[in-house]
Ligand binder design. Structure first.
Ligand code: DCB
Length: 516
Protein backbone atom coordinates (compact mmCIF):
# COMPACT_ATOMS: atom_id res chain seq x y z
CA UNK A 1 0.00 0.00 0.00
CA UNK A 2 1.36 3.41 -0.93
CA UNK A 3 1.64 6.10 1.75
CA UNK A 4 -1.26 8.60 1.52
CA UNK A 5 0.91 11.32 0.00
CA UNK A 6 1.78 9.06 -2.97
CA UNK A 7 -1.75 7.83 -3.26
CA UNK A 8 -2.91 11.41 -3.62
CA UNK A 9 -0.27 12.03 -6.26
CA UNK A 10 -1.23 8.86 -8.08
CA UNK A 11 -4.84 9.95 -8.02
CA UNK A 12 -3.98 13.38 -9.34
CA UNK A 13 -1.91 11.88 -12.15
CA UNK A 14 -4.70 9.47 -13.07
CA UNK A 15 -7.20 12.32 -13.12
CA UNK A 16 -4.97 14.39 -15.39
CA UNK A 17 -4.56 11.47 -17.77
CA UNK A 18 -8.27 10.98 -17.85
CA UNK A 19 -8.86 14.65 -18.47
CA UNK A 20 -6.45 14.68 -21.41
CA UNK A 21 -8.59 12.09 -23.09
CA UNK A 22 -11.98 13.44 -22.17
CA UNK A 23 -13.60 16.02 -24.37
CA UNK A 24 -13.48 19.48 -22.90
CA UNK A 25 -15.08 22.45 -24.55
CA UNK A 26 -12.67 24.01 -27.04
CA UNK A 27 -10.82 26.92 -25.54
CA UNK A 28 -9.04 29.74 -27.20
CA UNK A 29 -5.47 29.13 -26.15
CA UNK A 30 -3.31 27.38 -23.59
CA UNK A 31 -1.13 29.34 -21.23
CA UNK A 32 1.84 27.20 -22.23
CA UNK A 33 1.29 27.07 -26.01
CA UNK A 34 3.02 30.15 -27.35
CA UNK A 35 1.43 31.76 -30.40
CA UNK A 36 3.63 31.00 -33.38
CA UNK A 37 5.31 27.98 -31.80
CA UNK A 38 5.94 25.10 -34.20
CA UNK A 39 3.25 23.02 -32.54
CA UNK A 40 0.56 25.66 -32.06
CA UNK A 41 -1.40 24.61 -35.11
CA UNK A 42 -1.20 20.87 -34.42
CA UNK A 43 -2.17 21.29 -30.77
CA UNK A 44 -5.08 23.56 -31.70
CA UNK A 45 -6.39 21.09 -34.27
CA UNK A 46 -6.09 18.09 -31.96
CA UNK A 47 -7.88 20.01 -29.24
CA UNK A 48 -10.62 21.16 -31.62
CA UNK A 49 -11.19 17.60 -32.79
CA UNK A 50 -11.36 16.43 -29.16
CA UNK A 51 -8.58 13.96 -29.79
CA UNK A 52 -6.00 15.19 -27.32
CA UNK A 53 -7.17 17.82 -24.90
CA UNK A 54 -5.52 20.15 -22.48
CA UNK A 55 -5.59 20.07 -18.71
CA UNK A 56 -8.18 21.60 -16.43
CA UNK A 57 -5.69 24.25 -15.31
CA UNK A 58 -5.54 25.76 -18.80
CA UNK A 59 -2.23 24.19 -19.80
CA UNK A 60 -1.56 21.73 -22.59
CA UNK A 61 1.87 20.60 -21.37
CA UNK A 62 3.20 20.25 -24.92
CA UNK A 63 6.62 19.09 -23.78
CA UNK A 64 5.42 16.40 -21.43
CA UNK A 65 6.12 12.90 -22.75
CA UNK A 66 3.09 10.90 -23.80
CA UNK A 67 2.51 7.52 -22.19
CA UNK A 68 1.93 4.21 -23.94
CA UNK A 69 -1.67 4.18 -22.66
CA UNK A 70 -2.42 7.66 -23.95
CA UNK A 71 -0.83 7.09 -27.34
CA UNK A 72 -2.48 3.74 -28.02
CA UNK A 73 -5.89 4.99 -26.86
CA UNK A 74 -5.76 7.86 -29.31
CA UNK A 75 -4.65 5.57 -32.14
CA UNK A 76 -7.40 3.05 -31.36
CA UNK A 77 -10.07 5.73 -31.31
CA UNK A 78 -8.89 7.16 -34.59
CA UNK A 79 -8.87 3.74 -36.21
CA UNK A 80 -12.32 2.92 -34.83
CA UNK A 81 -10.96 -0.09 -32.91
CA UNK A 82 -13.41 -1.00 -30.18
CA UNK A 83 -12.03 -1.87 -26.76
CA UNK A 84 -12.15 -5.50 -25.60
CA UNK A 85 -11.83 -6.88 -22.09
CA UNK A 86 -8.36 -6.14 -20.76
CA UNK A 87 -6.34 -7.99 -18.16
CA UNK A 88 -6.23 -5.15 -15.64
CA UNK A 89 -8.64 -2.44 -14.58
CA UNK A 90 -6.37 0.32 -15.88
CA UNK A 91 -8.48 2.96 -17.66
CA UNK A 92 -6.82 2.17 -21.03
CA UNK A 93 -6.63 -1.63 -20.69
CA UNK A 94 -9.50 -2.28 -23.11
CA UNK A 95 -8.06 -0.26 -25.97
CA UNK A 96 -4.56 -1.57 -25.31
CA UNK A 97 -5.76 -5.15 -25.40
CA UNK A 98 -7.70 -4.56 -28.63
CA UNK A 99 -4.62 -2.96 -30.20
CA UNK A 100 -2.38 -5.81 -29.11
CA UNK A 101 -4.83 -8.40 -30.46
CA UNK A 102 -5.03 -6.43 -33.68
CA UNK A 103 -1.29 -6.98 -34.03
CA UNK A 104 -0.32 -3.33 -33.75
CA UNK A 105 2.40 -4.31 -31.29
CA UNK A 106 3.70 -7.40 -29.58
CA UNK A 107 3.26 -8.67 -26.03
CA UNK A 108 6.72 -7.68 -24.89
CA UNK A 109 6.46 -4.12 -26.23
CA UNK A 110 3.62 -3.18 -23.87
CA UNK A 111 2.88 -6.18 -21.67
CA UNK A 112 -0.86 -6.51 -20.97
CA UNK A 113 -0.01 -6.93 -17.29
CA UNK A 114 0.12 -3.15 -17.24
CA UNK A 115 3.55 -2.34 -15.74
CA UNK A 116 4.49 -0.02 -18.59
CA UNK A 117 1.08 1.41 -19.54
CA UNK A 118 1.89 4.73 -17.89
CA UNK A 119 5.54 4.84 -18.96
CA UNK A 120 6.61 7.09 -21.85
CA UNK A 121 6.24 5.29 -25.17
CA UNK A 122 9.41 5.15 -27.29
CA UNK A 123 9.38 7.00 -30.58
CA UNK A 124 10.05 3.84 -32.57
CA UNK A 125 7.15 2.00 -30.95
CA UNK A 126 4.85 5.00 -31.31
CA UNK A 127 5.53 5.15 -35.04
CA UNK A 128 4.98 1.41 -35.41
CA UNK A 129 1.58 1.66 -33.70
CA UNK A 130 0.60 4.79 -35.61
CA UNK A 131 1.33 3.15 -38.95
CA UNK A 132 -0.43 -0.10 -38.03
CA UNK A 133 -3.48 1.83 -36.88
CA UNK A 134 -3.87 4.41 -39.60
CA UNK A 135 -1.73 3.46 -42.60
CA UNK A 136 -1.30 -0.31 -42.53
CA UNK A 137 -0.50 -0.57 -46.22
CA UNK A 138 2.20 2.11 -46.35
CA UNK A 139 5.71 0.98 -47.18
CA UNK A 140 9.15 2.54 -47.45
CA UNK A 141 12.26 0.85 -48.72
CA UNK A 142 15.56 0.60 -46.92
CA UNK A 143 17.68 2.00 -49.71
CA UNK A 144 15.76 5.29 -49.91
CA UNK A 145 14.86 5.85 -46.27
CA UNK A 146 17.80 4.53 -44.23
CA UNK A 147 20.22 7.25 -45.42
CA UNK A 148 17.86 9.90 -44.01
CA UNK A 149 18.31 8.56 -40.47
CA UNK A 150 21.67 9.58 -38.99
CA UNK A 151 21.19 7.47 -35.87
CA UNK A 152 20.00 4.37 -37.73
CA UNK A 153 22.22 2.28 -35.46
CA UNK A 154 19.89 3.08 -32.56
CA UNK A 155 16.78 1.90 -34.44
CA UNK A 156 15.87 -1.68 -33.60
CA UNK A 157 15.37 -3.92 -36.63
CA UNK A 158 11.77 -4.77 -35.76
CA UNK A 159 10.89 -1.10 -36.36
CA UNK A 160 12.57 -0.73 -39.76
CA UNK A 161 9.44 -1.28 -41.84
CA UNK A 162 7.07 1.13 -40.06
CA UNK A 163 9.72 3.80 -39.54
CA UNK A 164 10.83 3.69 -43.18
CA UNK A 165 7.17 3.82 -44.24
CA UNK A 166 6.59 6.83 -41.97
CA UNK A 167 9.62 8.62 -43.43
CA UNK A 168 8.48 7.79 -46.98
CA UNK A 169 5.02 9.17 -46.24
CA UNK A 170 6.47 12.34 -44.69
CA UNK A 171 4.99 11.52 -41.30
CA UNK A 172 8.24 11.09 -39.40
CA UNK A 173 11.24 13.33 -39.94
CA UNK A 174 14.49 13.70 -38.04
CA UNK A 175 15.51 16.53 -35.73
CA UNK A 176 17.90 19.27 -36.79
CA UNK A 177 20.72 16.73 -36.69
CA UNK A 178 18.85 14.28 -38.91
CA UNK A 179 18.35 11.98 -35.93
CA UNK A 180 15.16 10.04 -35.18
CA UNK A 181 16.10 9.26 -31.53
CA UNK A 182 14.15 5.97 -31.69
CA UNK A 183 14.45 5.14 -28.00
CA UNK A 184 13.59 8.57 -26.63
CA UNK A 185 10.11 9.54 -25.55
CA UNK A 186 7.64 11.51 -27.61
CA UNK A 187 6.25 14.81 -26.42
CA UNK A 188 2.53 15.53 -26.51
CA UNK A 189 3.17 18.21 -29.12
CA UNK A 190 5.09 15.76 -31.29
CA UNK A 191 2.31 13.19 -30.94
CA UNK A 192 -0.20 15.78 -32.19
CA UNK A 193 1.95 16.39 -35.25
CA UNK A 194 2.36 12.68 -35.97
CA UNK A 195 -1.35 11.99 -35.82
CA UNK A 196 -2.24 14.93 -38.01
CA UNK A 197 0.37 14.01 -40.60
CA UNK A 198 -0.92 10.43 -40.67
CA UNK A 199 -4.23 11.89 -41.81
CA UNK A 200 -7.20 11.97 -39.51
CA UNK A 201 -10.77 11.50 -40.67
CA UNK A 202 -11.99 14.78 -42.06
CA UNK A 203 -14.55 15.34 -39.34
CA UNK A 204 -14.13 14.95 -35.59
CA UNK A 205 -14.41 11.32 -34.65
CA UNK A 206 -17.18 10.66 -32.21
CA UNK A 207 -18.13 7.39 -30.65
CA UNK A 208 -20.49 5.61 -33.00
CA UNK A 209 -23.79 7.37 -32.30
CA UNK A 210 -25.96 4.35 -33.21
CA UNK A 211 -28.38 6.50 -35.21
CA UNK A 212 -32.01 5.59 -35.62
CA UNK A 213 -32.51 3.23 -38.57
CA UNK A 214 -34.07 4.57 -41.76
CA UNK A 215 -37.83 4.19 -41.55
CA UNK A 216 -38.04 1.35 -44.03
CA UNK A 217 -35.46 -0.51 -46.03
CA UNK A 218 -36.93 -1.31 -49.40
CA UNK A 219 -36.74 -5.09 -49.70
CA UNK A 220 -35.38 -5.48 -46.18
CA UNK A 221 -35.73 -8.38 -43.77
CA UNK A 222 -38.97 -7.17 -42.21
CA UNK A 223 -40.52 -7.14 -45.70
CA UNK A 224 -39.10 -10.39 -47.09
CA UNK A 225 -38.48 -12.63 -44.09
CA UNK A 226 -36.75 -15.97 -44.50
CA UNK A 227 -35.05 -16.46 -47.85
CA UNK A 228 -35.28 -19.66 -49.85
CA UNK A 229 -33.88 -20.96 -53.12
CA UNK A 230 -36.42 -22.19 -55.67
CA UNK A 231 -34.76 -23.67 -58.72
CA UNK A 232 -31.96 -21.19 -59.35
CA UNK A 233 -33.89 -18.19 -58.00
CA UNK A 234 -33.50 -16.59 -54.59
CA UNK A 235 -37.00 -16.02 -53.18
CA UNK A 236 -38.53 -14.47 -50.09
CA UNK A 237 -40.50 -16.24 -47.42
CA UNK A 238 -43.67 -15.99 -49.53
CA UNK A 239 -41.91 -17.66 -52.46
CA UNK A 240 -41.61 -14.48 -54.58
CA UNK A 241 -38.31 -13.77 -56.39
CA UNK A 242 -36.19 -11.34 -54.42
CA UNK A 243 -33.12 -9.32 -55.37
CA UNK A 244 -30.55 -8.47 -52.70
CA UNK A 245 -28.22 -5.61 -53.59
CA UNK A 246 -25.69 -3.82 -51.46
CA UNK A 247 -22.13 -3.28 -50.38
CA UNK A 248 -19.28 -5.43 -49.14
CA UNK A 249 -16.84 -4.10 -46.60
CA UNK A 250 -13.13 -4.18 -47.40
CA UNK A 251 -11.08 -6.35 -45.01
CA UNK A 252 -12.66 -5.98 -41.60
CA UNK A 253 -9.30 -5.96 -39.81
CA UNK A 254 -8.13 -3.04 -41.94
CA UNK A 255 -11.25 -1.02 -42.66
CA UNK A 256 -13.56 -2.22 -39.90
CA UNK A 257 -14.55 1.34 -39.07
CA UNK A 258 -16.67 1.31 -42.24
CA UNK A 259 -18.78 -1.41 -40.65
CA UNK A 260 -19.87 1.09 -37.98
CA UNK A 261 -23.59 1.38 -37.31
CA UNK A 262 -23.52 4.80 -38.99
CA UNK A 263 -21.81 3.47 -42.13
CA UNK A 264 -24.26 0.58 -42.34
CA UNK A 265 -27.21 2.91 -41.98
CA UNK A 266 -25.77 5.24 -44.59
CA UNK A 267 -25.63 2.24 -46.92
CA UNK A 268 -29.22 1.30 -46.12
CA UNK A 269 -30.40 4.88 -46.56
CA UNK A 270 -28.81 4.90 -50.03
CA UNK A 271 -30.91 1.97 -51.16
CA UNK A 272 -29.15 -1.26 -50.17
CA UNK A 273 -30.91 -4.23 -48.64
CA UNK A 274 -27.70 -6.27 -48.28
CA UNK A 275 -24.44 -5.80 -46.38
CA UNK A 276 -21.46 -8.15 -46.63
CA UNK A 277 -18.95 -8.35 -43.83
CA UNK A 278 -15.64 -9.48 -45.36
CA UNK A 279 -13.54 -11.11 -42.69
CA UNK A 280 -10.10 -11.90 -44.13
CA UNK A 281 -8.72 -15.13 -42.75
CA UNK A 282 -5.13 -14.56 -43.95
CA UNK A 283 -3.16 -11.33 -44.35
CA UNK A 284 -3.24 -10.63 -40.62
CA UNK A 285 -6.98 -11.26 -40.34
CA UNK A 286 -9.03 -13.79 -38.39
CA UNK A 287 -6.47 -16.59 -38.27
CA UNK A 288 -3.89 -14.23 -36.72
CA UNK A 289 -6.17 -12.50 -34.22
CA UNK A 290 -9.41 -14.48 -33.91
CA UNK A 291 -10.84 -12.88 -30.78
CA UNK A 292 -10.50 -9.27 -31.91
CA UNK A 293 -11.67 -9.84 -35.49
CA UNK A 294 -14.61 -11.99 -34.43
CA UNK A 295 -15.70 -9.27 -32.01
CA UNK A 296 -15.61 -6.75 -34.88
CA UNK A 297 -17.60 -9.10 -37.10
CA UNK A 298 -20.31 -9.68 -34.51
CA UNK A 299 -20.68 -5.94 -33.94
CA UNK A 300 -21.04 -5.38 -37.69
CA UNK A 301 -23.55 -8.20 -38.16
CA UNK A 302 -25.63 -6.96 -35.25
CA UNK A 303 -25.61 -3.42 -36.65
CA UNK A 304 -26.76 -4.68 -40.05
CA UNK A 305 -29.56 -6.70 -38.45
CA UNK A 306 -30.60 -3.57 -36.53
CA UNK A 307 -30.78 -1.70 -39.83
CA UNK A 308 -33.13 -4.34 -41.33
CA UNK A 309 -30.52 -5.47 -43.89
CA UNK A 310 -29.67 -8.96 -45.00
CA UNK A 311 -26.08 -9.60 -43.97
CA UNK A 312 -23.42 -11.99 -45.26
CA UNK A 313 -20.78 -13.41 -42.93
CA UNK A 314 -17.86 -13.86 -45.36
CA UNK A 315 -14.93 -16.20 -44.54
CA UNK A 316 -12.65 -14.19 -46.81
CA UNK A 317 -9.95 -16.57 -47.93
CA UNK A 318 -7.63 -14.96 -50.50
CA UNK A 319 -3.86 -15.32 -49.97
CA UNK A 320 -4.72 -18.62 -48.30
CA UNK A 321 -6.04 -19.98 -51.60
CA UNK A 322 -7.10 -23.49 -50.61
CA UNK A 323 -10.01 -23.33 -48.16
CA UNK A 324 -9.26 -26.89 -47.05
CA UNK A 325 -6.05 -25.63 -45.42
CA UNK A 326 -8.17 -24.30 -42.54
CA UNK A 327 -11.21 -26.56 -42.51
CA UNK A 328 -11.07 -27.12 -38.75
CA UNK A 329 -10.96 -23.40 -38.01
CA UNK A 330 -13.82 -22.77 -40.47
CA UNK A 331 -15.94 -25.53 -38.92
CA UNK A 332 -15.39 -24.11 -35.43
CA UNK A 333 -16.09 -20.55 -36.56
CA UNK A 334 -19.25 -21.34 -38.51
CA UNK A 335 -20.54 -23.63 -35.78
CA UNK A 336 -20.35 -20.69 -33.41
CA UNK A 337 -21.90 -18.30 -35.95
CA UNK A 338 -24.72 -20.72 -36.71
CA UNK A 339 -25.44 -21.12 -33.00
CA UNK A 340 -25.58 -17.35 -32.70
CA UNK A 341 -27.43 -16.47 -35.91
CA UNK A 342 -28.96 -19.69 -37.24
CA UNK A 343 -32.46 -18.63 -36.22
CA UNK A 344 -32.12 -15.14 -37.69
CA UNK A 345 -33.59 -14.68 -41.19
CA UNK A 346 -31.20 -11.77 -41.90
CA UNK A 347 -27.99 -13.79 -41.91
CA UNK A 348 -26.35 -15.60 -44.85
CA UNK A 349 -23.16 -17.63 -44.51
CA UNK A 350 -20.41 -17.39 -47.16
CA UNK A 351 -17.93 -20.14 -46.44
CA UNK A 352 -15.03 -19.42 -48.82
CA UNK A 353 -14.67 -16.11 -50.59
CA UNK A 354 -12.30 -16.90 -53.44
CA UNK A 355 -10.52 -20.23 -53.64
CA UNK A 356 -7.47 -19.89 -55.87
CA UNK A 357 -4.17 -21.53 -56.73
CA UNK A 358 -3.62 -25.05 -57.86
CA UNK A 359 -6.86 -26.57 -56.63
CA UNK A 360 -10.07 -28.02 -58.09
CA UNK A 361 -13.72 -27.91 -57.16
CA UNK A 362 -14.22 -31.63 -56.78
CA UNK A 363 -10.86 -32.33 -55.18
CA UNK A 364 -10.58 -29.46 -52.70
CA UNK A 365 -13.47 -27.01 -52.44
CA UNK A 366 -16.37 -29.44 -52.50
CA UNK A 367 -15.07 -31.67 -49.68
CA UNK A 368 -14.37 -28.55 -47.62
CA UNK A 369 -17.86 -27.22 -48.34
CA UNK A 370 -19.48 -30.51 -47.36
CA UNK A 371 -17.89 -30.37 -43.92
CA UNK A 372 -18.62 -26.69 -43.29
CA UNK A 373 -22.19 -26.87 -44.64
CA UNK A 374 -23.03 -29.80 -42.40
CA UNK A 375 -21.55 -27.96 -39.39
CA UNK A 376 -23.73 -24.94 -40.19
CA UNK A 377 -26.83 -27.05 -40.77
CA UNK A 378 -26.65 -28.43 -37.22
CA UNK A 379 -27.80 -25.01 -35.96
CA UNK A 380 -29.01 -23.17 -39.07
CA UNK A 381 -31.34 -25.56 -40.88
CA UNK A 382 -32.72 -23.08 -43.40
CA UNK A 383 -30.18 -20.24 -43.77
CA UNK A 384 -28.75 -19.47 -47.19
CA UNK A 385 -25.16 -20.73 -47.58
CA UNK A 386 -22.92 -19.30 -50.32
CA UNK A 387 -20.08 -21.39 -51.73
CA UNK A 388 -17.10 -20.20 -53.79
CA UNK A 389 -15.25 -22.00 -56.54
CA UNK A 390 -11.65 -22.13 -57.84
CA UNK A 391 -10.02 -19.26 -59.78
CA UNK A 392 -11.38 -16.57 -57.45
CA UNK A 393 -14.95 -17.86 -57.68
CA UNK A 394 -15.12 -17.97 -61.44
CA UNK A 395 -15.09 -21.74 -61.95
CA UNK A 396 -18.80 -22.15 -61.46
CA UNK A 397 -18.80 -24.58 -64.39
CA UNK A 398 -16.86 -27.03 -62.22
CA UNK A 399 -19.47 -26.70 -59.48
CA UNK A 400 -22.32 -27.01 -62.00
CA UNK A 401 -20.89 -30.35 -63.13
CA UNK A 402 -20.63 -31.69 -59.58
CA UNK A 403 -22.90 -29.72 -57.24
CA UNK A 404 -23.40 -30.18 -53.51
CA UNK A 405 -26.46 -31.95 -52.14
CA UNK A 406 -28.88 -29.95 -50.03
CA UNK A 407 -31.25 -27.01 -49.99
CA UNK A 408 -30.73 -23.26 -49.87
CA UNK A 409 -27.20 -23.49 -51.22
CA UNK A 410 -25.99 -20.93 -53.75
CA UNK A 411 -22.73 -20.58 -55.64
CA UNK A 412 -20.82 -17.33 -55.74
CA UNK A 413 -19.74 -15.75 -59.01
CA UNK A 414 -17.21 -12.91 -58.64
CA UNK A 415 -16.24 -10.47 -61.36
CA UNK A 416 -14.31 -7.24 -61.84
CA UNK A 417 -15.64 -5.19 -64.73
CA UNK A 418 -12.18 -4.22 -66.03
CA UNK A 419 -11.01 -7.84 -66.18
CA UNK A 420 -13.96 -10.16 -66.69
CA UNK A 421 -16.34 -9.81 -69.61
CA UNK A 422 -18.80 -11.60 -71.87
CA UNK A 423 -17.13 -14.99 -71.53
CA UNK A 424 -17.92 -15.09 -67.83
CA UNK A 425 -21.53 -14.03 -68.40
CA UNK A 426 -21.83 -16.91 -70.88
CA UNK A 427 -20.48 -19.25 -68.25
CA UNK A 428 -23.06 -17.92 -65.80
CA UNK A 429 -25.91 -18.56 -68.25
CA UNK A 430 -24.61 -22.04 -68.85
CA UNK A 431 -24.47 -22.76 -65.11
CA UNK A 432 -27.99 -21.40 -64.60
CA UNK A 433 -29.20 -23.63 -67.41
CA UNK A 434 -27.68 -26.57 -65.57
CA UNK A 435 -29.65 -25.56 -62.48
CA UNK A 436 -26.89 -23.91 -60.43
CA UNK A 437 -28.18 -21.03 -58.23
CA UNK A 438 -25.79 -18.06 -58.47
CA UNK A 439 -25.07 -15.14 -56.14
CA UNK A 440 -22.59 -12.35 -56.92
CA UNK A 441 -21.34 -11.75 -53.39
CA UNK A 442 -18.48 -9.59 -54.67
CA UNK A 443 -17.87 -7.56 -57.79
CA UNK A 444 -15.99 -4.36 -58.59
CA UNK A 445 -16.04 -1.51 -61.09
CA UNK A 446 -12.22 -1.84 -61.25
CA UNK A 447 -9.78 -4.43 -62.53
CA UNK A 448 -9.41 -7.68 -60.58
CA UNK A 449 -6.65 -6.15 -58.44
CA UNK A 450 -9.09 -3.60 -57.00
CA UNK A 451 -7.58 -0.74 -58.98
CA UNK A 452 -7.62 0.67 -62.55
CA UNK A 453 -10.57 2.13 -64.39
CA UNK A 454 -13.25 2.73 -63.34
CA UNK A 455 -15.07 0.65 -65.92
CA UNK A 456 -18.56 2.02 -65.65
CA UNK A 457 -19.92 0.99 -69.06
CA UNK A 458 -18.76 -2.57 -68.45
CA UNK A 459 -20.21 -2.46 -64.94
CA UNK A 460 -23.57 -1.31 -66.26
CA UNK A 461 -23.58 -4.19 -68.75
CA UNK A 462 -22.87 -6.62 -65.94
CA UNK A 463 -25.54 -5.25 -63.61
CA UNK A 464 -28.15 -5.27 -66.37
CA UNK A 465 -27.24 -8.90 -66.98
CA UNK A 466 -27.45 -9.83 -63.29
CA UNK A 467 -30.74 -8.10 -62.69
CA UNK A 468 -32.32 -9.59 -65.82
CA UNK A 469 -31.36 -13.02 -64.44
CA UNK A 470 -32.54 -12.22 -60.91
CA UNK A 471 -29.04 -12.53 -59.47
CA UNK A 472 -28.27 -10.69 -56.20
CA UNK A 473 -25.04 -8.73 -55.71
CA UNK A 474 -22.69 -6.92 -53.33
CA UNK A 475 -20.14 -4.38 -54.51
CA UNK A 476 -16.48 -4.30 -53.42
CA UNK A 477 -15.93 -2.19 -51.38
CA UNK A 478 -17.27 0.18 -48.75
CA UNK A 479 -14.07 1.89 -47.64
CA UNK A 480 -11.97 4.98 -48.24
CA UNK A 481 -8.80 3.26 -49.47
CA UNK A 482 -7.03 5.06 -52.30
CA UNK A 483 -8.04 2.53 -54.96
CA UNK A 484 -10.70 2.86 -57.66
CA UNK A 485 -12.92 0.06 -56.34
CA UNK A 486 -13.43 1.96 -53.04
CA UNK A 487 -16.79 3.71 -52.77
CA UNK A 488 -15.62 6.56 -50.53
CA UNK A 489 -12.96 9.20 -50.97
CA UNK A 490 -9.88 8.94 -48.76
CA UNK A 491 -10.48 10.57 -45.39
CA UNK A 492 -14.26 10.13 -45.38
CA UNK A 493 -15.46 9.60 -41.84
CA UNK A 494 -17.32 6.34 -41.15
CA UNK A 495 -19.16 8.09 -38.32
CA UNK A 496 -21.16 10.73 -40.17
CA UNK A 497 -23.93 10.87 -42.75
CA UNK A 498 -22.22 10.93 -46.15
CA UNK A 499 -22.90 13.51 -48.83
CA UNK A 500 -22.60 12.81 -52.55
CA UNK A 501 -19.25 14.58 -52.57
CA UNK A 502 -17.85 11.92 -50.22
CA UNK A 503 -18.40 9.30 -52.94
CA UNK A 504 -15.79 8.24 -55.49
CA UNK A 505 -16.86 7.70 -59.13
CA UNK A 506 -17.36 4.04 -58.25
CA UNK A 507 -19.40 4.92 -55.18
CA UNK A 508 -21.56 7.37 -57.14
CA UNK A 509 -22.25 4.75 -59.78
CA UNK A 510 -23.06 1.94 -57.37
CA UNK A 511 -25.18 3.98 -54.97
CA UNK A 512 -27.17 5.56 -57.79
CA UNK A 513 -27.83 2.06 -59.09
CA UNK A 514 -29.03 1.06 -55.62
CA UNK A 515 -31.45 3.99 -55.62
CA UNK A 516 -33.03 2.79 -58.86
C1 DCB B 1 -10.71 -10.27 -54.84
C2 DCB B 1 -10.70 -10.42 -53.35
C3 DCB B 1 -10.60 -9.11 -52.62
C4 DCB B 1 -9.75 -8.18 -53.42
C5 DCB B 1 -10.54 -7.87 -54.68
C6 DCB B 1 -9.80 -6.98 -55.65
O1 DCB B 1 -9.45 -10.70 -55.32
F1 DCB B 1 -11.78 -11.10 -52.88
O2 DCB B 1 -10.10 -9.32 -51.33
O3 DCB B 1 -9.52 -6.98 -52.72
O4 DCB B 1 -10.97 -9.04 -55.35
O5 DCB B 1 -8.57 -7.51 -55.97
C7 DCB B 1 -8.21 -6.45 -52.75
C8 DCB B 1 -8.32 -5.06 -52.19
C9 DCB B 1 -6.95 -4.47 -52.01
C10 DCB B 1 -6.09 -5.41 -51.19
C11 DCB B 1 -6.07 -6.78 -51.83
C12 DCB B 1 -5.28 -7.81 -51.02
O6 DCB B 1 -9.15 -4.28 -53.03
O7 DCB B 1 -7.06 -3.22 -51.37
O8 DCB B 1 -4.77 -4.90 -51.11
O9 DCB B 1 -7.39 -7.27 -51.95
O10 DCB B 1 -5.84 -8.01 -49.78
C13 DCB B 1 -9.29 -11.10 -56.64
C14 DCB B 1 -10.34 -11.26 -57.52
C15 DCB B 1 -10.13 -11.73 -58.81
C16 DCB B 1 -8.86 -12.02 -59.22
C17 DCB B 1 -7.77 -11.84 -58.37
C18 DCB B 1 -7.99 -11.38 -57.09
N1 DCB B 1 -8.64 -12.47 -60.53
N2 DCB B 1 -6.88 -11.19 -56.22
O11 DCB B 1 -9.57 -12.75 -61.25
O12 DCB B 1 -7.46 -12.58 -60.95
O13 DCB B 1 -5.78 -11.64 -56.59
O14 DCB B 1 -6.95 -10.60 -55.15
Amino acid sequence: MLPPRFRRTALAVALCLLLTLLPTTARAAFSDVAPGSWYEDAVTQMEAKNILNGYADGTFRPNQTISAAEFVTIAARQAGLAPVAGQTNHWAAGHLEAARLAGWYDWDEIPPTGQTFDQPISRQLAVKILMAALLPDATGDYATQAPKIQDLADLDGRYYNPVFAAYAAGIAAGDQFGCFRPKNGLSRAEACTLFLRAGLPSSPVKPDPTPTPPATVRGGVSENGWLQVKGTQLCNQAGQPVLLRGMSTHGLHWFGSFASAQSIQNTAARGANLFRVAMYTGEGGYLSQPAAVKAQLIAAVDAAIQADLYVIIDWHILSDGNPAAHTDQAVAFFTEMAQRYGDNPAVLFEICNEPNGNITWSGNVKPYAQRVVSAIRAYAPRSIILVGSPTWSQDIHQAAADPLQGDNLMYTLHFYAGTHGAWLRQRADQALAQGLPLFVSEWGTSRADGSGGVYLAESRQWLDFLESRGISWANWSLCDKAETSAALKPGTSPYKVWTDSDLTPSGQFVFSRLQS
